[in-house]
Every structure is written in structure tokens, then in C-alpha cells.
Design a protein around this ligand. Structure first.
Ligand code: NAG
Ligand code: NAG
Length: 251
């Protein structure tokens, strides 16, 4: 009933409530997390977004979440794995992952943050840029581009996982990133050709396993392959942990 719903709602902490963390008050790094929707096939990969947030919380970071206020390229029925005939907004869908506490990416002020992190998922390749259809010829959303460029020129670290490193490859030609292996080693890297597309953009692809991340020290870009590798969920979680740790170290 309606009153039961209200009663349960009253027990929930307010949106954006975060448990106090011992180290946060003293030395919390301020980190912006940029989402691309909610769900692997048309938005942010939920486990990757959550992994990044858990590791940021453990690292004592102060997190704010952003997404562009644009329509999704498409909507996928995740049960059937087929397109759904509906329209959804990237900011509204990302708000699910942010427990409602989210802002339009257009409002992000780089001066208020020490670092930025982009979890992966097809939404990155569909909504934040057009990699899913255009490959290396893709366009990048203007607010995503300006956010990346602003953090880069302020010499603040940028963390990316899964397919998100293509954003850095497109915006910063010559940078070093990893999306895992450049060959389908043991059948664990079915999207290995992404590495050659990155090389064709004039970037250096560094082969890494799921448990590792690569740090491009000159550009302060930290990348890890996450779900680009067919690995157990806890290995992906731990790999994202190494990325978050390196980002916080550089911040
Ligand atoms: C990118 O553009 C080039 C030149 O127009 C074209 O030959 C190539 O097929 C395009 N690649 C993709 C992945 O669309
Ligand atoms: C990013 O923005 C800059 C400056 O407006 C522009 O020159 C560049 O082509 C853009 N890059 C991409 C990948 O859209």
C-alpha cells in the first residue's frame, strides 16, 4: 500500500548519503565519476561503475557523479539482448546508479576535482562517443571531450576502464592505454582488435591482464581492461581497484 511505501522510504538514507570514512575528512581526494546510462548494452556497465565507487569509497575519496543530459543512442532490452522501441535519457538512467545524486556533465567544474574516472560499458561507445558504429572515426560528445581536455591540461589524472580508454585514444593522440591484450589470448580477449584501432589512432597500446592497470605517467592516464577480458567478476573488481588506486596516487 501507499503508506507502507512511505514507511519504507523513511528508513532509507537521503540520496547521496555516504557512510563516514575515517580518512575522508582529512585527506579525501575529490573525484568526478562520469556515467553513460545504466546497463551494459546501452549504458554504463553496472558492476564496473559500482566497483569504481566501492574502491573510491575505500580510498577515502569524495565522489560526485555526472552524466551528459542527452538521449541514448538506443535502448536495449537486456533480457532479450535486442533493441527496444523506446527512448531514454543518459542523465536520467545514470541517476539510477547514482542513487539520484547526479549532475549534468555540462556543469562539471574541473577546479572542484582532483581526478575523473570513466567506467565502461557500451554506453561509452554509443552515448559518450560513436565508437560502436564509427570505430576509430568516431565523434566524441562535446562535454566529454571538454571534460577530458580540462583535466588533462590541469595535469589531473584520468582513470578509464573497459572500452572507455578509446575516449583517451581519440582525444589525446599519442597517449598510452590498455584495453587488455592485442590478441585473443586463450579466448579471453574477444575484442582484441580494439587494440589495433587504438594503435591506428597514433596511440600506444600496452598489453595488460585483467588484474593490472597501465599508467601513462606523462599524460596521467590510468587504464584497465575490466570486462574487455572474459574473467570472473571478482578479478574485474580487483583490476578496477588497481586503476582507482593509481588514480588516487596521482591526484
Ligand atoms: C574510417 O574512415 C576511413 C576513411 O574515410 C574508412 O576507410 C574506414 O572504413 C572508416 N572506418 C570505420 C571503422 O568506419
Ligand atoms: C575536442 O575539442 C577540441 C577543441 O574544441 C577539438 O579541436 C577536437 O577535435 C575535439 N576532439 C574530438 C575527438 O572531438
Amino acid at each position: 500500500s501507499n503508506s507502507l511505501l512511505k514507511w519504507r522510504w523513511a528508513l532509507l538514507p537521503p540520496c547521496g548519503w555516504m557512510p563516514p570514512s575515517a580518512s575522508a575528512a582529512a585527506m579525501g581526494k575529490r573525484v568526478a565519476v562520469v556515467l553513460a546510462g545504466c546497463g551494459v548494452f546501452d549504458g554504463s556497465e553496472i558492476h564496473e561503475a559500482s566497483a569504481a565507487l566501492v574502491h573510491l569509497s575505500r580510498g577515502g575519496a569524495e565522489v560526485k557523479i555526472f552524466a551528459p543530459n542527452i538521449e541514448q543512442r538506443d535502448v536495449v532490452n537486456h533480457l532479450k539482448g535486442s533493441p527496444a522501441d523506446e527512448k531514454r535519457n543518459v542523465l536520467v538512467e545514470s541517476a539510477r546508479l547514482a542513487r539520484g545524486n547526479i549532475q549534468d556533465l555540462a556543469e562539471l567544474k574541473v577546479s572542484e576535482f582532483d581526478a575523473v574516472i570513466f567506467p565502461g560499458g557500451f554506453g561509452v561507445a554509443k552515448n559518450l562517443c560513436s565508437w560502436a558504429v564509427d570505430g576509430k572515426n568516431c565523434t566524441v560528445n562535446e562535454h566529454v571531450n571538454s571534460t577530458l581536455r580540462a583535466f588533462h591540461s590541469a595535469k589531473k589524472p584520468i582513470g578509464l576502464c573497459c572500452i572507455s580508454p578509446v575516449l583517451a585514444a581519440k582525444v589525446f593522440p599519442g597517449c598510452e592505454v590498455t584495453v587488455g591484450q592485442d590478441k585473443n589470448v586463450d579466448g579471453r580477449f574477444p575484442d582484441a582488435e580494439t587494440a589495433s584501432a587504438i594503435t591506428e589512432l597514433g596511440c600506444k597500446h600496452i598489453c595488460k591482464d585483467v588484474s593490472e592497470s597501465h599508467v601513462d605517467k606523462a599524460n596521467k592516464i590510468v587504464t584497465t581492461c575490466a570486462f574487455m577480458c572474459k574473467a570472473p567478476l571478482h578479478e574485474i573488481f580487483d583490476g578496477i581497484g588497481t586503476m582507482v588506486k593509481e588514480v588516487l596516487k596521482l591526484a
